[in-house]
Design a protein around this ligand. Structure first.
Ligand code: MIG
Length: 884
C-alpha cells in the first residue's frame, strides 16, 4: 500500500557520481533521495557468463537488513567492469568483453543495460525505486524530536493508514518490531511483449498485464481448493521472470524471500534508442515494451539481470546461481500411487498386488499423514502399521518403494521425542514474545521447527538415520507437505510475520524460504543415512529458487475438474522455466471425484510429464486405476506402460537438466524461439527437444487443434510412425485412446522394448531407438545410463553417455562422454527409422573392429517406417548400421 502511493514519473533519487569507486569486484556509488536526503549504496557487479547484479542497501542501516542466504550455490565469480565513458550526469560502464554497457544516469537515477548498442533493460526508468530505511521505533524517536506533538501526530497518521509499525489482518495483529522496511523498483524490458515465470500461480503461461491492480503475489500459502486464473500466491515462489522476443531472451531474478508483488504492464512505445538523431526520430516505429515492477515487504534490493541471449543461456545462468535439478533416482520417474490414505499394511499389500493383477507397472506406494501415531511424524500408527519393516521388505521383494509424509509441524507432547528434544534445544520458531510459536495443524497444538537455523537442519537430517527413524528402511523416501508453513487458524493459514527465527530474523523476512529449507534438510538426511551413497527422493509442496537441487515439487491441492487438468500444463511449464524440472500435478485431481473420462485424460497427460503421481483426498472415492471398468483400465494400463517404455529418454533428459540446466518439459517457444506463433502456446509442450505433446483437456473431445511449428520441420506421429503431411495448426481426430504425441524430425529417442512391473524389473530389458529423419534425412539423439540410484555416476564416473547419429543412411553409436564408464549387458534390440525414403535392399550392422552381419528388416511403404530387428548391439559399444 505504501509503495503503491508512488506513481510512475520522475524518480526522487539522484546518483552521486562523484562517489563512484571501482574495484575488481564491483562498482559502487551512492544515491540520494531528493526530499528525505536519505543515502543508499548501489553496487553493480558483472558476473561471469553474461549476468549483471545490482544491489541497493543502506550504507549503514540501524540494524542489518536481511540478505537471502543459502540460495546462491556459491559467491558468484565477478568480472571487473570498466568506466568507458564519463560525462556530466552520465557514467558508462563496460563489460570485459565490451559486449555489454551499463549506463548510469544521475538525475533522475536510472540504469540502462545495453548489448551491442541495443537497450535490453532499464532499471528505475519509471521512477519506482522505493526503499524504506530502518528507523528507530516512534517511541524512541519522539523523545529526540523537538516538536513532540507534531511528530507523534505524523506517526499516528502514517501508522494508521499505512501500517508502519503494526497492522491488523482480521483478528491478527502483526507487530513490526523493526518498522517499515519495504523495497521495490521497476524494470523496463525493451522490445518484449512476452513474459513468463514467477511461479507459483494457477495461471496462464504468458504473464498477464496487472493494470487491473491485481499484481502477481509471491507469498507461499496453503490454499485448499485454490481457484484457477488467480494471481494469489500458492505453496511456493521462484522470483525469476523471463522475457522473450524472437532474437533474444532475458531474465530478471529478484532475490528476496519476503512477501513480494510483481506488477506487469506491456505496451507499445515509440522505438527506443538512447541517442536519437532527428532523421531517426522521423522513422520511428512502435515497438513493444514490458514494465515489471517488483515490490517486497523487506530485505534489500538484490537483483540479477540474466542476459541470455538464448532461453537455454538463461536456464544455465539461473542454474549457475541457484544450482541445477538434482538427478532423480530412476524409480522416482516411474508411476507413483498415492492417496490420503492407504489405510494399513493390508491395504498397502492389496493395492500393490492390484497393480500386478492388472499388469500395470508402478514403482512407489505412498502413505499420507494417517500412517503416523497421532500425526507424530517419524512414527507409525501401532494398530494399522504393526510391522512397517516387514511391509517394506514385502515391497522390496516386489522391487518397489515406499514414500511417507513428514510435515514440519511438531505435536506438542513431551512424550514425543522429536518434540521434547527440539524443545530442549530451542529449535522451534518463537513468537514475538520469545515463547515457542504455537499453531494448530494436523497434530493439534504444534510447534514449528526453525529450518533457517543450520543446527536445526543438521539435527533434523539426523532424524532420518535408520536407527533413529524406527521402522524405516532404505526403500523409504520422503514427502514434505504443509511447509509454507501451513498454520490452521493462522493469518491466511500461515505463520504470523512477527514470529521470530534464528538470529532474530522475523518470519516476514524468511517466509518464502521455509519449505526450501525443510526439503534441503530432508534431502540431506536421506543422503546421510546412506553414508553419502544414495540419491535422495524428496517431494515438497513449498519451494523457492534453488529447490530443484533437493528433489521434486508438485502443484498441491488441485480439483478433479477439466479446468484444473488444463491449467496444470502452464503451471508445470512455468515451474520448469524457473529451474524446477521435476514437477507434476496430482493425477485425477486431488479434491473430488473425477469422472472416468477425466481420469483417463489425466493419466495420459501425467504419463508425459516429469513427476507422475496419482493422488486423492480423504473424502474422494478410491481411485486405483482398475476401478473404472475394463475399457478404462486398459487405456490407463497402456498409458502407464508407455511411460515406462519411454523412461530411457526421460532419464536422459533429466541428466541434461542436471548437467546443463535444460528443462525437461518446455514451452514450444523455447525450442522455436523465432516462431512468434509459439509464444503464447500453453496447452501443448515439448518433452525434451524431440517430443511434442498435446494433452487432451476437453471433455468428449473428437478433434483437437495441434500446432506443429516450423515450416522447415518434419513431424511424425509418435505411435503410428506416419509422417504428418503439413506443419502449422492441424485438426487431429482423437478417441479416448489417443493422446497426440509427435516426434520431431532430426531426433533419435531411446526407449525400452517393453515395460516391466517397475523400473527395477526393467534393468535388463533391451532398448529400441526411434530415429526420425528431418528434411536432410539426418537425426541425432542421446542415451544416458547409470545404476539409477547411487552417486557413483559422480564419484566414480560410472555412467554411459551415448550418442546416436543418422547421416547418409548410416546410424552410428558413439560415446558422448569419454570420462564415463558403466558395465551393462543391455543391448539395442530394435531400430525404427521414420521417414525412410525407399525400401532398402540390404542392411548390415557392425561393431567397431568386428565383423559385418546382415540385419533383418521390414519396410512399411504406407508410413515409410523401416524396422530393423534382432540387432543385439551392445549399448556400451561403438557400432554402425548401414542401410543400402
Ligand atoms: O490439508 O496430508 O496437499 O496432498 O494429501 C491437507 C494430507 C493436508 C495437503 C496435501 C495433500 C495431502 C494432505 N495435505
Amino acid at each position: 500500500r505504501r509503495q503503491k502511493l508512488l506513481c510512475p514519473g520522475k524518480s526522487s533519487y539522484q546518483a552521486l557520481l562523484d562517489s563512484v569507486t571501482l574495484s575488481d569486484e564491483n562498482v559502487k556509488f551512492q544515491i540520494i533521495h531528493e526530499e528525505t536526503k536519505v543515502l543508499l549504496q548501489v553496487e553493480i557487479y558483472e558476473i561471469e557468463g553474461n549476468i549483471f547484479r545490482l544491489k541497493i542497501d543502506e550504507p549503514s542501516p540501524l540494524r542489518a537488513r536481511y540478505k537471502v542466504p543459502d540460495v546462491l550455490i556459491k559467491e558468484p565469480t565477478t568480472q571487473r567492469l570498466f568506466i568507458s565513458h564519463k560525462e556530466a550526469g552520465i557514467l558508462t560502464l563496460s563489460s570485459v568483453s565490451g559486449d555489454y554497457k551499463l549506463q548510469v544516469t544521475a538525475n533522475p537515477f536510472q540504469v540502462e543495460l545495453l548489448s551491442k548498442g541495443e537497450t535490453v533493460m532499464s532499471m528505475n526508468s519509471n521512477g519506482l525505486l522505493y526503499f524504506e530505511p530502518l528507523q528507530p521505533p516512534p517511541s524512541d524517536r519522539r523523545s529526540t524530536v523537538q516538536n513532540k506533538e507534531a511528530a507523534s501526530d505524523y506517526f499516528k497518521e502514517k501508522q494508521e493508514d499505512l501500517g508502519l509499525w503494526q497492522e491488523k489482518f482480521g483478528s491478527f495483529l502483526d507487530i513490526k518490531a523493526h518498522g517499515p522496511s519495504s523495497v521495490g523498483v521497476d524494470f523496463s524490458l525493451h522490445g518484449y511483449d512476452h513474459v513468463y515465470g514467477i511461479p507459483q500461480h494457477a495461471e496462464t503461461l504468458l504473464l498477464k498485464n496487472t493494470s487491473d491492480g491485481d499484481a502477481y503475489r509471491l507469498y507461499n500459502l496453503d490454499i485448499f481448493g485454490h481457484k484457477i486464473h488467480d494471481k494469489i500466491g500458492i505453496y511456493g515462489s521462484v522470483p525469476l521472470l523471463l522475457a522473450h522476443k524472437p532474437n533474444r531472451t532475458s531474465g530478471v531474478f529478484w532475490l528476496n524471500s519476503s512477501e513480494t508483488l510483481v506488477d506487469i504492464s506491456t505496451k507499445a512505445v515509440a522505438e527506443y534508442t538512447s541517442s536519437r538523431s532527428a532523421a531517426e526520430t522521423a522513422k520511428q516505429r512502435a515497438v513493444p515494451l514490458t514494465d515489471v515492477r517488483w515490490m517486497s515487504e523487506s530485505g534489500i534490493i538484490d537483483v540479477f539481470l540474466l542476459m541470455g541471449p538464448t532461453a537455454f543461456d538463461i536456464f544455465r545462468q539461473f542454474a549457475q546461481l541457484t544450482g541445477t535439478q538434482a538427478l532423480p533416482p530412476l524409480f522416482s520417474l516411474g508411476y507413483h500411487q498415492c492417496r490420503w490414505n492407504y489405510e494399513d499394511e493390508q491395504d498397502v499389500k492389496a493395492v500393490d498386488a492390484g497393480f500386478d493383477a492388472h499388469d500395470i507397472p508402478y514403482d512407489v506406494i505412498w502413505l499420507d499423514i494417517e500412517h503416523t501415531d497421532g500425526k507424530r511424524y517419524f512414527t507409525w500408527d501401532k494398530k494399522k502399521f504393526q510391522n512397517p519393516r516387514k511391509m517394506q521388505e514385502h515391497l522390496r521383494k516386489k522391487k518397489r518403494k515406499l514414500v511417507v509424509i513428514v510435515d514440519p509441524h511438531i505435536k506438542i507432547d513431551p512424550a514425543y521425542t522429536v518434540y521434547s528434544q527440539a524443545k530442549d534445544k530451542g529449535y522451534f520458531v518463537k513468537d514475538r514474545n520469545g515463547q515457542d510459536f504455537e499453531g494448530i495443524c494436523w497434530s493439534g497444538s504444534s510447534c514449528y521447527l526453525d529450518f533457517t537455523n543450520p543446527e536445526v537442519r543438521k539435527w533434523y537430517a539426523d532424524q532420518f538415520a535408520f536407527k533413529t527413524y524406527k521402522g524405516s528402511t532404505n526403500i523409504l523416501f520422503i514427502w514434505n507437505d504443509m511447509n509454507e508453513p501451513s498454520v490452521f487458524k493462522g493469518a491466511e493459514l500461515t505463520m504470523q510475520k512477527d514470529a521470530v527465527h534464528y538470529n532474530n530474523w522475523e518470519h516476514r523476512e524468511v517466509h518464502n524460504l521455509y519449505g526450501f529449507y525443510q526439503q534441503m534438510a530432508t534431502a540431506e538426511g536421506l543422503i546421510r543415512r546412506s553414508s553419502g551413497k544414495e540419491r535422495p527422493f524428496v517431494l515438497t509442496r513449498s519451494f523457492f529458487a534453488g529447490s530443484q537441487k533437493y528433489g521434486a515439487v508438485w502443484t498441491g491441492d488441485n480439483t478433479a475438474e477439466w479446468s484444473y487438468l488444463k491449467i496444470s500444463i502452464p503451471m508445470l511449464l512455468t515451474l520448469s522455466l524457473a529451474g524446477i524440472s521435476f514437477c507434476g500435478a496430482d493425477v485425477g485431481g486431488f479434491i473430488g471425484d473425477p469422472e472416468p473420462e477425466l481420469l483417463v485424460r489425466w493419466y495420459q497427460a501425467g504419463a508425459y510429464q516429469p513427476f507422475f503421481r496419482g493422488h486423492s483426498n480423504m473424502e474422494s472415492k478410491r481411485r486405483e486405476p482398475w476401478l473404472f471398468g475394463e475399457k478404462n483400465t486398459q487405456i490407463i494400463r497402456k498409458t502407464i506402460r508407455e511411460r515406462y517404455v519411454l523412461l530411457p529418454y526421460l532419464y536422459t533428459l533429466f541428466y541434461r537438466a542436471h548437467t546443463s540446466a535444460e528443462p525437461v518439459m518446455r514451452p514450444l517457444w523455447v525450442e522455436f524461439p523465432g516462431k512468434t506463433e509459439t509464444f503464447d502456446v500453453e496447452y501443448e509442450y515439448m518433452l525434451g527437444n524431440a517430443l511434442l505433446v498435446h494433452p487432451i483437456t476437453e471433455k468428449e473431445a473428437k478433434t483437437v487443434s495441434v500446432l506443429l511449428p516450423g515450416s522447415e520441420e518434419v513431424w511424425y506421429d509418435f505411435r503410428k510412425f506416419k509422417r504428418m503431411e503439413d506443419a502449422g495448426t492441424l485438426k487431429i481426430p482423437v478417441t479416448l485412446e489417443n493422446l497426440p504425441v509427435f516426434q520431431r524430425g532430426g531426433t533419435v529417442i531411446p526407449l525400452k522394448t517393453t515395460a516391466g512391473k517397475s523400473t527395477e524389473w526393467m534393468i535388463d530389458i533391451s532398448y529400441e531407438l526411434h530415429v526420425a529423419l528431418d528434411t536432410e534425412a539426418c537425426a541425432t539423439g542421446e542415451l544416458y545410463v547409470d545404476d539409477g540410484h547411487s552417486f557413483q555416476y559422480l564419484q566414480k564416473k560410472q555412467f554411459l553417455y551415448r550418442k546416436f547419429t543418422f547421416h547418409k543412411n548410416i546410424l552410428t553409436s558413439s560415446c558422448a562422454d569419454e570420462s564415463g564408464q558403466y558395465q551393462t549387458s543391455c543391448v539395442v534390440e530394435r531400430v525404427i527409422v521414420l521417414g525412410f525414403g525407399k525400401q532398402p535392399t540390404f542392411v548390415t550392422a557392425s561393431s567397431k573392429g568386428g565383423k559385418e552381419k546382415e540385419v533383418v528388416f521390414t519396410y512399411d511403404t504406407k508410413t515409410s517406417a523401416l524396422t530393423l530387428g534382432n540387432l543385439a548391439l551392445s549399448v556400451d559399444a561403438d557400432w554402425e548400421i548401414c542401410i543400402k
